[in-house]
Design a protein around this ligand. Structure first.
Ligand SMILES: [Zn+2]
Length: 360
């Protein structure tokens, strides 16, 4: 099959000519690879050439969902009657891979991305934004400049202040209701709030229990009256980073506890592959740079580091895997495991860059 990733980075490929040039270069590259390949039968070659043609005309048409995507993954196999298009929110470098299974690595970081719901408030303003952190879109915008009635004469100072506080509470309740409703309607993983330190707790009090359960500690530090989208993203990025670090820390601690006790954790390429082969993996943890050469059984998919003749399980023929990383990720996804690329902690170093938390 052919896996093709098209980079839609708005800074480089926003215009149709730039996009076309990239498509041309990827298709040409795949065609050259097919011409040079020697392990393919005549029928396979014919099918793959037709697949390539299909990819080419699809990508050159008006059909693909370029809008709003950071990249596009297209998977095509005429032999399996498969044509799948996936939008990625982040840009990823353009790439085409011909292989017996889909090239899924770029999808992993997309899967790892969490969806945030963010509420920012001041006494009178409110904004609710949601989505992956680098693609936040605005859901609601509140601007409730309080009517001038309090300024009219005859109000005692105390009564005036009570009235202002009540208006603020009413406003915060409306923002919170907007948040609670979004949370019910769409899938989010994390919630964050931001605004002045004396206002934020009052907003939090109106949030539903489900939202509160996913609220990250800390505040997005922005001044809503002046902050633009870029400043908001920057302020949120700090909370996101902390959240990622903590999530990795938790997984690494669980891994260490499992490895140490000979329980539900394995470390190092050999034991991890064995666990993948036994379909026992709950979370596969990788360093960004982990990779190996290895082999995979073409009939049962068994992974091994040292290929030796035939598959020890069923005698099937082996294919060489240039990138065991890719094979391990595929196997993990195929058994419903989570894949985590550990970016913020060095713990996987002594395990040669790879480990797994096990189901049993
Ligand atoms: Zn086998």
């Amino acid at each position: 099959m052919i896996s093709l990733y098209l980079d839609l980075d708005p800074e480089r490929f926003a215009t149709p000519p730039a996009r076309s040039a990239q498509i041309r270069s990827l298709i040409d590259q795949a065609a050259r690879e097919l011409d040079a390949s020697d392990g393919l039968s005549h029928d396979e070659l014919v099918t793959l050439r037709a697949d390539l043609q299909r990819l080419d005309s699809y990508l050159s048409s008006r059909e693909p969902p370029f809008q709003g995507a950071g990249a596009l993954g297209v998977f095509c196999s005429g032999a399996d009657d498969l044509f799948e298009v996936i939008q990625l929110s982040r840009p990823t470098s353009g790439r085409v891979v011909i292989g017996r299974s889909p090239f899924v690595e770029p999808l992993v970081s997309a899967l790892q991305q969490r969806r945030w719901l963010v509420a920012l408030v001041s006494r009178r303003l409110g904004r609710v934004l949601g989505g992956p952190v680098d693609q936040l879109t605005e859901h609601q915008n509140f601007d409730e400049y309080v009517h001038g009635q309090h300024d009219q004469g005859g109000w005692s100072q105390a009564r005036y202040e009570r009235s202002v506080e009540k208006d603020t509470d009413d406003h915060l309740r409306r923002v919170a209701e907007g948040v609670n409703q979004r949370w019910r309607e769409q899938r989010f993983d994390r919630a964050a709030v931001g605004g002045p330190v004396e206002i934020v707790p009052r907003l939090e009090a109106f949030l539903s229990a489900e939202v509160k359960a996913c609220l990250v500690p800390g505040r997005v530090e922005v001044d809503l009256s002046s902050a633009g989208d870029e400043a908001i993203r920057g302020a949120l990025a700090k909370l996101v980073l902390k959240d990622e670090e903590e999530r990795e820390r938790e997984a690494l601690d669980r891994l260490a506890a499992g490895v140490g006790s000979g329980g539900r954790g394995v470390g190092g390429p050999e034991d991890t592959l064995e666990a993948l082969n036994e379909r026992r993996v709950r979370v596969l943890l990788l360093e960004p740079g982990f990779d190996r050469q290895g082999a995979r059984c073409q009939s049962c998919g068994l992974l091994m580091l040292q290929p030796s003749g035939a598959c020890p399980a069923d005698g099937g023929a082996l294919e060489t895997l240039e990138h065991m990383r890719e094979g391990a990720i595929e196997a993990a996804l195929a058994q419903g495991a989570e894949v985590m690329v550990v970016r913020h902690h060095p713990d996987l170093g002594p395990l040669q860059g790879v480990g797994a938390i096990l189901r049993f």
